[in-house]
Design a protein around this ligand. Structure first.
Ligand code: UGA
Length: 426
């Protein structure tokens, strides 16, 4: 099939590359000339394991192309995937500017009726609105707007896209359902067909539910700390009930990234707009906002204040396997340290920050030079594999804050470290 993908961020680029390797002809459109140039030369603008070779394979076989020419992409394709960013407004609602602009451009470029697919995360009701909008601008151009939400995780995007748990298709007509089934016919994954509104809500429901699991265990970590339980034992015991499962039960400094915080806020906003009480998600958000403060207070108490203290943070990205620092809890934690006049040095295997306010180390051992504490904020495997007895020698004060519960605490204690965590006995 001929497919046009609008937007080459995480979702657009991964979708385009995967479809281009499955026998489709894909044109990826982006308005950024530098990005198009770099992508055409085989260089992805994001760090995603396995993406570069797969993208180059498609470029070599001419099944993928990158261009700024939206009209050309639309005219040459049967199906148009909208994958542009839908960031958050200050009031928590979704900023639909890019989506509306791109949809308007698509409508003007249409040469015949096509299927328009919303892959961007958009509020429930968007597909219905878009359908009406097309009718208003091009009454003689009956296009169907389908909702096909994306569930890829950064750092595991290819794996998630090639082996999804399910493919959700919210569509009305048999024609659209058949076309979408054909798009994915090489993937061995169950296809669930539903109404467009259900598909749109499935996306928010899934992300909000996963965020709820995380805030729930972060509440449990506080309970464990107070009542002398161990949160890792509690979550292991809970997760062994197959109805609960072990995934997304890792307590720690909380969730970040470009999806969970934004989608929880959008779900709250949609709920408030419908006058439906949303206390549950407001608590999820509040617990998550509180976690960096809670971890900061552990270190502040241990060091009897943070002013002038040398604090080393390990991890800047919102999770391992990505260079993405958007809405990272690590940044919130660093800001709290800076507010208290601490000297911050950061080390991350991949991510960097554009700021002069902290020192960024290129080497994990150098990062600990003269430090009063190390705070592990992102669970990169490198941190668990580092020889902490060597690091110990660099420290002015051997305090280790493990904000992801991933270190061997007994080993650290034997080496002489003061090990700090929340809700862990061992
Ligand atoms: C999330 C969803 O998992 C994807 O299914 C979805 O497609 C994507 O959002 C999206 O909407 O585009 P992602 O943001 O890449 O994916 O990251 P996750 O792996 O879900 O992690 C999110 C955050 O939760 C991270 O900060 C991570 O450290 C934190 N987390 C995760 C925990 O604190 N504890 C856990 O047990 C799991």
């Amino acid at each position: 099939m001929n497919i046009c993908v609008l937007g080459t961020g995480y979702v657009g680029l991964v979708t385009g590359v995967v479809l281009a390797n499955q026998g489709h002809y894909v044109i990826c459109v982006d308005q950024n000339a530098d990005k198009v140039k770099s992508l055409s030369a085989g260089k992805p603008c994001i760090y995603e394991p396995g993406l570069e070779p797969l993208m180059n394979k498609a470029l070599k076989s001419h099944t993928i192309r990158f261009t700024q020419d939206l009209a050309h992409g639309v005219k040459s394709s049967d199906i148009i995937f909208i994958c542009v960013g839908t960031p958050q407004n200050e009031d928590g609602s979704v900023d639909m500017t890019q989506y509306q602009e791109v949809l308007t451009d698509v409508i003007h470029a249409l040469n015949e009726p096509k299927i328009i697919v919303n892959k961007s995360t958009v509020p429930v009701g968007t597909a219905k609105w878009a359908q009406e909008y097309i009718k208003q601008i091009r009454p003689g151009m009956p296009c169907e707007v389908v909702s096909n939400p994306e569930f890829l995780q950064e750092g595991r995007a290819l794996q998630n896209t090639l082996h999804p748990d399910r493919i959700i298709i919210g569509a009305k007509s048999l024609n659209a359902i058949m076309a979408m089934t054909k798009v994915y016919d090489k993937l061995e994954a169950p296809i669930e067909v539903c109404s467009v509104e259900s598909a749109e809500l499935i996306k928010y429901a899934s992300n909000s539910f996963l965020a709820t699991k995380i805030s729930f265990v972060n509440w449990l970590a506080q309970m464990s700390e107070y009542y002398g339980a161990d949160v890792t034992e509690v979550t292991k015991g809970m997760g062994s009930d197959h109805r609960i499962g072990h995934e997304f039960l890792n307590a720690g400094i909380g969730y970040g990234g470009s999806c969970f915080p934004k989608d929880v806020s959008a779900a709250i906003h949609m709920s408030d707009s419908a006058f439906i009480d949303c206390g549950i998600l407001k608590s999820v958000r509040d617990i998550n906002r509180y976690m960096p403060k809670l971890y900061m207070s552990l270190i502040e108490e241990e060091l009897c204040g943070l002013q002038g203290r040398n604090i080393t943070v390990w991890g800047l990205s919102f999770k391992p396997g990505t260079d993405d620092t958007r809405d990272s809890q690590a940044i919130k934690f660093i800001n709290l340290l800076l507010e208290r006049d601490a000297n911050v040095t950061a080390y991350d295997p991949v991510a960097t920050l554009e700021t002069g306010l902290i020192k960024q180390s290129k080497n994990i051992y150098d990062s600990a030079d003269g430090a009063d504490a190390i705070c592990l904020l992102t669970e990169w495997p490198e941190f668990m594999n580092t020889d902490t007895s060597d690091i110990f020698e660099q420290m002015r004060n051997p305090v280790f804050l493990d904000a992801r519960n991933v270190m061997d605490s007994e080993k650290l204690k034997q080496q002489g470290w003061t090990y700090l965590s929340l809700g862990r006995l061992h």
